[in-house]
Design a protein around this ligand. Sequence first.
Ligand code: SF4
Length: 334
Amino acid sequence: MIPIQSEAEFLAVRDLGKTFSGRSGFMKGATPPVRAVDGVTFSIRRAETLALVGESGCGKSTLGRLLLRLIEPSDGDVRVDNKSLMSLASHEMRAMRSRMQMIFQDPYGSLSPRRSIAQIISEPLEVFGIAKTRSERRDRVAELLTQVGLSPSFMDRYPRQFSGGQRQRIGIARAISLNPEFIVADEPVSALDVSVQAQIVNLMQDLQEKRRFAYLFIAHDLSVVRHVADRVAVMYLGRIVELGPKNRVYDQPSHPYTQALLSAVPEPDPDAPKKRIILMGDVPSPANIPSGCSFHTRCPIASSICRSERPPLAETTPGHYAACHFAKPNPIPA
Ligand code: SF4
């Protein structure tokens, strides 16, 4: 069992789950409920970057939104400072929101096209009464634009006048405007040109170093994750199947799904020997999750126990967990 919650941790999640109810329809037929997040337990330490990886549709974005209570969980708990977010009254939750922010994937859709950059960035300052006058807010926006590498002279322009990378910088300025302790970054670079991705990742890391906040960095690109993460959590069909320090997960992955994902990451040296693990079949529907280990329909080493018994997320070496009946303790190299 993953221990919860120590002083060093900002946030802890226990048995968190979300089921989206199905629809019944006369014309289009009924759709079954979807279990998007299922029994997730982990914590996020202060000032660390925990990367959350997995294929699209595995529940990563839903999990990120559950942590900020942008959507309500169906079961389980999220705790900050040892207090359940679910128990907070609306005014307490509002105050908590200033400590936890989000950077969105789509720098085109996440900024209102009708609002100037100054209005977009100063909105949280206004809502939380941090800068009371217009001139205070403009001064603060100028500072924030400088911190994200944009000229303060841009503040009266509109989002359409900026490139994707510049828009993501504006989204980052908005996210850090309240000095948060924790940011959920939901695929923050996947919509950007490869040439711009490294600049945005470097900016995010510089800001974290200066301001000491924690990230949940949601991504499907394992090359980017290797660059930013302290720890890595791998998600498959709504569950965390592996969690551990980055170097342990990358160098000695315990779960067959992680091993397959990593085998597809190109090596910097094209001549380096690497065996690609090809997974069979498609990811099953989250509306119809396989019995036992939900990965058994694609796992190259599945056996009969995998079809009937769900493996718990168990510690293989200190701080490194895997949900597989056959995950073995990995010796830590001397
Ligand atoms: Fe594969 Fe079985 Fe391990 Fe699941 S429990 S990952 S099916 S070996």
